[in-house]
Ligand binder design. Structure first.
Ligand code: 16C
Length: 247
């Protein structure tokens, strides 16, 4: 029973019809496609990407960018994880049931709308970074299969009249995040936990939505992004141990 439940909730291999008739669909489709394509582009020859963290197979790059004195540095991270599939990675990233177990910046998470099995709208509040005000975010999240053995989750800020920005203690921030994963295994062999490798590309752009000291912000993300990616991938490997591989 345990196995059946888990399998049923894995990201669907094709789009859910309830999503494609929703008013957000054109935006969700366009932004997800753009993000997934950009995620797999190499940073090697790209202009302005600076490596700021490296550990094992993980590499993190950022581009320094300020708009009206606010730091909006785009981030791009690459990683390789053995023993789990792209679909499993995206399952744990997308499904809110697991979020508090790996997301350490979170204070609260509310599901604002269940659009379909592959799209949700979330309101989240984050831990406060001293001396800035606390932040919250409202974003849709969509998981999809793209190419062969490729799954991706895209998160992008949206609005909702029930959750107006900047009314309480929080300043609304704006986020575009994409976790794109591609699995591979030796040609001619069947995929197993022992021979599968998943390449991960994680891209994130956060607009802080209001003033926050640049130095503090850069110091925080240099510490928090590597911490997140190591913790999240380790979490998925732990969760999948002993379970049948889901491709
Ligand atoms: O992608 C991640 N998580 C997803 C599910 O939650 C989702 C979330 C996106 C929100 C990303 C913005 C996080 C802002 C956190 C601010 C508080 C940090 C507290 C630090 C502890 C004391 O897509 C994984 C997200 C990993 C986030 C790493 C931290 C990035 C900080 C960026 C700077 C934010 C500016 C805040 C202005 C005060």
């Amino acid at each position: 029973a345990e196995r059946t439940r888990d399998q049923v909730e894995l990201p669907p291999p094709a789009l859910d019809n309830r999503l494609t008739v929703h008013s957000l669909w054109p935006e969700i489709n366009r932004i997800s496609s753009e993000q997934i394509q950009a995620a797999f582009e190499e940073v090697g020859g790209g202009i302005g990407w600076q490596l700021f963290a490296e550990e094992g197979d993980m590499r993190m790059y950022r581009r320094e960018m300020e708009v009206d004195g606010m730091v909006m540095d785009p981030l791009k991270a690459m990683h390789k994880v053995r023993g789990v599939s792209a679909r499993e990675m995206c399952h744990y990233f997308f499904n809110p049931r697991y979020r508090y177990e790996w997301e350490t910046t979170l204070e609260t998470m509310t599901i604002v709308e269940e659009i379909s099995s592959d799209a949700l709208v979330f309101h989240q509040t984050f831990k406060r970074i001293w001396p800035a005000s606390q932040r919250d975010a409202l974003f849709w999240s969509h998981v999809r299969a793209s190419d062969d053995n490729t799954y991706a989750v895209t998160n992008h800020s949206t609005s909702n009249t029930d959750y107006p920005p900047n009314t309480g203690a929080c300043i609304r921030l704006f986020v575009t995040v994409c976790l794109a994963c591609r699995s591979s295994w030796p040609a001619g062999a069947a995929p197993t936990r022992d021979n599968i490798t998943t390449s991960i590309a994680y891209c994130s752009t956060v607009n802080p939505g209001g003033w926050a000291p640049a130095g503090v912000l850069r110091a925080v993300y240099k510490r928090e992004y590597p911490k997140f990616l190591k913790r999240f991938t380790g979490y998925v490997v732990d969760q999948c141990r002993g379970k049948p591989l889901a491709i």
